[in-house]
Design a protein around this ligand. Structure first.
Ligand code: HSE
Length: 347
């Protein structure tokens, strides 16, 4: 079966995904018998392009590069109409993240579920603000709500706990969850100033559209909320997570930490104990001997405290075009696997 994909939002992640799909088309077919068509792309800047038999993505990229509205296969539908009316099997929700309302992403997800389409998204809004509703709507309509890319880009975190770590109870998660701020702190330790470090993180495609989301800790707070609710089965509200970003850290603080064999890291943490749930995001000074001290640049790291394996730590990319594009691919392949490995084909 050829998977038909609609993209809502054609920025860094959407373009990264399409580049990967094009570069790996043959490999994906040979290794996984995976075939796809991108039938729709909808973006506020370029409008909507739709072709039920598959868009010419080279043409789509050409039009995007010349910053013009889609003309070839141009279509008057807005994003919601496109989701409702297109023949896509999966909607990749890659519109901008709004951590106050979750919109327009939540409306996109609701429309996709109501019309029987899977959602794959790296958008933290729906997962951090409305996970229970999204999951229950997806279940009701017998489709998937897949969100691997919301935490640590394509580094497997949510799918890891749902797959290989299934059966373990997780009582705490702690780590570095924001690539932009970790990159900035690394640059500042090398002598870069705050503004230059942020500009570089933006140029590399790590930062949120509004970088306050990174430096004020809101992005990490959304990830902490998602981890608590998805991995630990809690009902944590984003506003219940104590949150301090890195904006108050001065170059002097960073150099002082270095002189004392420590390093500032923006840490996200959730711990479940007999006293309840404690969740926070804040800068912490960690000794250079601590495993998190060595995590530099846009790399992230997360430790799960499990009952059966003790601590399990995963280190990997936390942000970036290809890295987040890959998170979407890994979820698309998971849907493909689930749909093609029918019970009668299992060993
Ligand atoms: N702005 C985010 C970060 C992107 O820097 O981690 C990935 O969620």
């Amino acid at each position: 079966m050829i998977q038909k994909i609609a993209l809502v939002g054609f920025g860094t992640v959407g373009q990264g995904l399409c580049e990967i799909l094009a570069a790996k088309e043959k490999e994906l077919l040979e290794k996984y018998n995976y075939q796809y068509l991108i039938v729709a792309v909808s973006d506020p800047r370029f409008g909507t392009a739709y072709n039920s038999a598959g868009l010419d993505m080279e043409q789509v990229f050409n039009e995007v590069r010349s910053d013009q509205k889609f003309t070839t296969d141009g279509c008057p539908w807005d994003s919601l109409e496109m989701i409702r009316n297109s023949n896509a099997d999966v909607v990749c929700e890659l519109a901008f993240t709004d951590l106050n309302t979750g919109e327009p992403a939540i409306a996109h997800c609701r429309e996709a579920f109501a019309t029987g389409k899977h959602i794959v998204t790296s958008n933290k809004g729906p997962a951090a603000l409305a996970y229970a509703e999204m999951k229950s709507l997806a279940d009701k309509h017998n489709v998937d709500f897949r969100i691997e890319g919301t935490v640590m880009s394509g580094t497997p975190v949510l799918n890891l706990t749902d797959g290989p770590l299934a059966g373990c109870s997780i009582s705490a998660v702690k780590g570095i969850l924001n690539g932009t701020t970790n990159f900035m702190l690394s640059e500042m330790e090398q002598g870069s100033d705050y503004t230059a470090a942020l500009a570089k993180a933006q140029a590399l495609g790590y930062a949120e559209a509004d970088p306050a989301g990174d430096v004020e800790g809101y992005d990490a707070r959304a990830k902490v909320t998602i981890l608590a609710n998805v991995v630990m089965g809690e009902k944590l509200s984003i506003t219940a997570v104590d949150c301090t970003g890195i904006t108050a850290l001065t170059p002097e603080d960073i150099m002082e930490a270095k002189a004392e064999n420590t390093r500032w890291k923006l840490i996200g943490s959730v711990t479940k104990s007999s006293e309840g749930l404690s969740a926070y995001v804040r800068p912490e000074r960690v000794p250079l001997t601590h495993p998190l001290a060595g995590i530099m640049g846009a790399t992230n790291a997360l430790t799960f405290k499990t009952d059966l394996l003790g601590d399990v730590t995963i280190v990997g990319a936390g942000a970036g075009k290809t890295e987040t594009g890959f998170s979407i691919l890994s979820d698309l392949l998971a849907i493909h696997r689930a749909e093609t490995i029918l019970p009668e084909n299992r060993l």
